[in-house]
Design a protein around this ligand. Structure first.
Ligand SMILES: Cc1cc2nc3c(=O)[nH]c(=O)nc-3n(C[C@H](O)[C@H](O)[C@H](O)COP(=O)(O)OP(=O)(O)OC[C@H]3O[C@@H](n4cnc5c(N)ncnc54)[C@H](O)[C@@H]3O)c2cc1C
Length: 388
């Protein structure tokens, strides 16, 4: 078993680290102060994304993406997760189910999205449908050759900058026919309801959108009618692995910052590091990051380099998200504690990470839902895949 990164992988990780230091971290304080970035700052980052060849890292070269496998994507996202204010979301990664589009859907949506000319947002959640998407009440009723879409979607991440949505709806109101539709944001009947404020100060928003009698052609269906759950599950798997990557990166930055502080800050005639109460916190943080990172790397390596049953990967992706996001919450909370009053100041990256990462235990399935997925797998297939 050879656990070393290849030279190419190590170089990719170095480049991703340079990118976050050069193009994302310098914007953190402006984003915090102004609740977002100016168009010129965003334009500068977007140009750098293309220049550094970090656009659409998750899509095939034939579709205009960079063609990185899941292990390589993880190496990149782990470094980007060091940035606060979700600045890692400025480099665009079009939703993975877009690869199932027809040739004309790819020309209209995926390829421009890979180039950065268009942007998608994935809309599943509703006021009454969160952990249980079968409760979705957005309907696409058949009319002639097409559909009429009605419903309301909540927490639509990047909905402020997206120009099209992937909307998860039930055809003719039938939960047995969940289907994903392309919906252009400027289509008649699409309306911004409101843009709520959240705990964090992310670079992009999560608005609520209403869809009232939106006329869609049959070509608006992504994949097949009734195939929505399959597409959405694939999106969850990729997103859960990348949440694992980013939360490990964020926890590592919090450890480094609080460790440096503990080596310099003096109280009672000693540096904080010399108090066992602080040293033990740093030791626990280090050990927990190391264990989570080992799981993350192993699962992403298996996903990228071996043939995996999608059901096994689904359960392992839940394990990664659960372990890494819960770990990062504990680690960053200790980092805040080590900084004392300074850890509570918004100008301190650990304070921002503390707020930023809370959502990683909620979105793309809460920690309880990840446990339910793992428990379900255990019941049906046993614990085999969770070992090495
Ligand atoms: C900032 C942000 C961005 C988001 N972005 C998007 C997006 O882009 N697109 C999108 O579609 N959605 C998005 N979401 C929605 C997110 O995925 C949901 O909030 C999440 O899935 C939980 O659903 P809910 O909020 O309705 O909570 P609920 O499902 O109502 O759950 C409430 C509580 O009950 C628990 N619970 C529910 N069912 C069970 C169970 N079976 N066993 C044990 N406990 C259970 C949950 O774990 C939670 O603690 C976003 C949310 C946030 C906060």
């Amino acid at each position: 078993m050879d656990l070393r990164l290849s030279e190419k992988e190590a170089e990719l990780r170095r480049r991703a680290r340079d990118f976050v230091e050069t193009h994302l971290i310098p914007h953190e304080l402006d984003c915090e102060a102004d609740d977002g970035l100016s168009e010129s700052a965003l334009g500068g980052i977007r140009s750098a994304v293309v220049e550094w060849r970090f656009n659409a890292i998750n899509h095939a070269v034939a579709d205009g993406g960079r063609g990185y496998d899941l292990f390589e994507q993880m190496l990149i996202e782990e470094q980007w997760g060091r940035a606060t204010n979700a600045l890692w979301d400025v480099p665009w990664r079009p939703s993975i189910p877009l690869r199932y589009g027809t040739e004309s859907q790819k020309e209209r949506y995926l390829r421009p999205a890979c180039r950065g000319e268009r942007r998608d947002a994935y809309a599943i959640t509703e006021e009454g449908a969160g952990s249980d998407p079968s409760m979705v009440t957005t309907t696409a009723v058949r009319k002639g050759d097409g559909y009429v879409l009605n419903g309301e979607k909540w927490h639509v991440t990047t909905g402020d900058v997206a120009d099209f949505f992937l909307v998860h709806a039930h055809v003719d109101g039938d939960p047995a026919r969940p289907t994903v539709f392309f919906v252009d944001k400027d289509a008649p009947g699409v309306r911004l309801v409101r843009t709520p404020k959240y705990m964090h100060t992310f670079v992009y928003e999560h608005p609520i959108f209403a869809f009232s009698d939106v006329a869609l052609g049959s070509e608006a269906v992504l994949g097949s009618v009734g195939g929505g759950n399959h597409l959405t599950r694939e999106w969850f798997v990729e997103e859960r692995l990348m949440i694992g990557a980013r939360t490990v990166g964020a926890a590592t930055r919090a450890l480094e910052l609080s460790g440096d502080f503990a080596k310099e800050r003096r109280q009672f005639g000693k540096v904080l590091m010399d108090f066992q109460g602080v040293g033990f916190m740093l030791a626990d943080m280090t050990a927990e990051i190391a264990a989570s990172q080992a799981l993350l790397y192993r699962v992403c390596w298996q996903a990228a380099r071996t043939e995996m049953d999608p059901k096994d990967l689904h359960a392992l992706a839940s394990t990664v998200k659960l372990v890494c996001s819960e770990m990062a919450g504990r680690v960053i909370d200790r980092a805040v504690q080590i900084f004392g009053g300074r850890g509570y100041m918004r100008e301190n990256p650990v304070e921002r990470l503390w707020r930023d990462l809370r959502v990683d235990r909620i979105w793309e399935g809460t920690s309880e839902i990840q446990r339910a997925v793992i428990g379900n797998h255990l019941r049906k297939r046993g614990p085999g895949i969770f070992g090495a």
